[in-house]
Design a protein around this ligand. Structure first.
Ligand code: PLZ
Length: 446
């Protein structure tokens, strides 16, 4: 048995606390960190992690914590998945860097082939690989501008697209992402979205509102692209009303606007289909991926229709580390695992168990206004009972209570109005039941 395997199989998939949370060793590390890491790099839960496997992270004090966050939707096939560790380890011993735009290698091509296969069965898509979701969004915009010769970028309310100078200007929230870091990028137009719980609009009505806003305020002929998350992630796991995205797609097509799906959080099997857009009857021109694509290694993709991607001149796209061989080897292992282990079905299993459990909690706790999401991307929104007013304090108290019990959760939404669940697609039914029982206790206590 290799050492890596020994470490992993020694982590049982069970919650077990041996100290308070955070424990003394975490507190000690946190004090050291504060001397050398600026507060702008905030940690939601200052519990320092030593090792992890599938859905359990073990902190430096020996606490076994259920990870229902996965580093914000990255550990889609679980922590230290054997096949990912093996593929990355093998690649580490072969070659770790050449720069694909200097001398290429096969794993990059293999990742692009997987993405092309999943993007469309009948149209040709090509892929550029980069390092992060933000970089994917940046390149998506760049490619759309090159293709159209237009400057404008349309985004939706509640969006999150990243932390670089361009992408932080595309987010809904000024603070903490853009405020004080200006000037912000220009030519970005934020339009109303579809948020069924709050706007009560049908998909057609919400789309008409989005389109009217963009036509008046941005001008369709000035828009290079519309960048949207099919299911909004940081914005609150908002699933748009039926027909909303198809209507936006029709409008984009009619006006020569590149339709760009940001699948950074919802993509790569998380929602129960390889890309979440598949569930809305649309076919984006460009698909952006990151997070779960390489099992925790930094990798992101811009996958677009060949005629759009081919517009850039040789040398126009790239970057030193984009499509690193180790990250690509890990990504190939992720795609193989999704297929071999039928993980799309697992996402459906998780959706069913968590949704049933959360709906039962909703019947008991009136603060739960809505349970929503797809696959292993689920959330429940907490409001002051009988109203649609966000209850961010309650959200914070529930998350804090759960953390102290060894369940790692995260808020979502522009007003931190919801709690999101981003479990591994391999999370066991026993752990799901345990998470639900802690949530029940947390809602009662809070
Ligand atoms: N697009 C839809 O969800 C990243 C943000 C974490 P990067 N979401 C998590 C944080 O606080 O910075 C995200 C996303 C969508 C783009 C991004 C950006 O991806 O890999 O973080 O750059």
């Amino acid at each position: 048995m290799s050492e890596a395997t020994a470490t992993k199989t020694s982590i049982p998939q069970q919650r077990r606390l041996v100290t308070e949370i955070p424990g003394p060793r975490s507190q000690e590390l946190h004090a050291r960190r504060q001397e050398v890491v600026p507060p702008g790099v905030h940690s939601v839960l200052p519990v320092y992690i030593d090792r992890a496997h599938d859905s359990i992270v073990v902190d430096v004090d020996g606490n076994h914590i259920i990870d229902v966050c996965g580093g914000i939707g990255v550990m889609t096939i679980g922590h230290t998945d054997e096949s990912v560790v093996a593929a990355a380890t093998e690649q580490l011993g072969k070659v770790t860097h050449t720069l694909f735009t200097m001398t290429p290698y096969a794993k990059y091509v293999e990742v692009a082939e997987y993405l092309a296969k999943y993007a469309s069965s009948d149209e040709r898509y090509k892929t550029l690989l980069v390092n992060s979701g933000s970089e994917a969004v940046e390149n998506g915009v760049k490619i759309a501008r090159k293709h159209t010769g237009r400057p404008g970028v349309a985004v939706l309310e509640n969006a999150f697209h990243g932390r670089t100078m361009l992408t932080s200007s595309m987010n809904h929230k000024a603070a903490p992402y853009a405020a004080g870091y200006g000037p912000r990028a220009g030519n970005i137009y934020k339009a109303p979205n579809s948020y069924p719980l709050h706007d009560g609009l049908s998909g057609a009505e919400a789309a008409a509102r989005t389109i009217a806003f963009l036509e008046k305020f941005a001008g369709a002929e000035d828009l290079a692209c519309l960048v949207f998350e099919p299911i909004q992630g940081e914005g609150g796991f908002i699933v748009p009303a039926d027909g909303y995205l198809p209507a936006l797609q029709d409008w984009c097509r009619a006006n020569g606007i590149v339709f760009i799906a940001d699948e950074v959080q919802a993509g790569i099997a998380r929602s129960g289909t390889m890309f979440s857009f598949e569930q809305f009857g649309i076919q984006p021109d460009i698909i952006l991926t990151a997070k779960g694509i390489a099992g925790g290694l930094p990798l992101a993709g811009i996958t677009g229709r060949a005629e759009i991607m081919d517009k850039s001149q040789p040398g126009g796209l790239g970057g030193t580390f984009g499509g690193n061989p180790v990250a690509c080897a890990a990504a190939v292992a992720v795609f193989e695992s999704i297929e071999r282990d039928a993980l799309l079905l697992e996402a459906k299993r998780i959706e069913t168990s968590f949704t049933e459990g959360l709906k039962a909690l909703q019947a008991k706790h009136p603060a739960i206004a809505e349970v929503r999401g797809r696959g292993a991307m689920l959330a429940f929104e907490l409001t002051k009972p009988g109203t649609t007013e966000a209850d961010a304090d309650l959200v914070a108290r529930v998350i804090d209570f759960a953390a102290k019990q060894g369940v790692l959760l995260l808020a979502t939404g522009v007003y931190n109005q919801a709690i999101r669940l981003l479990p591994s697609l391999k999370i066991t039914d026993e752990l799901i039941a345990d998470v639900l029982s802690v949530l029940d206790e947390a809602l009662t206590a809070a």
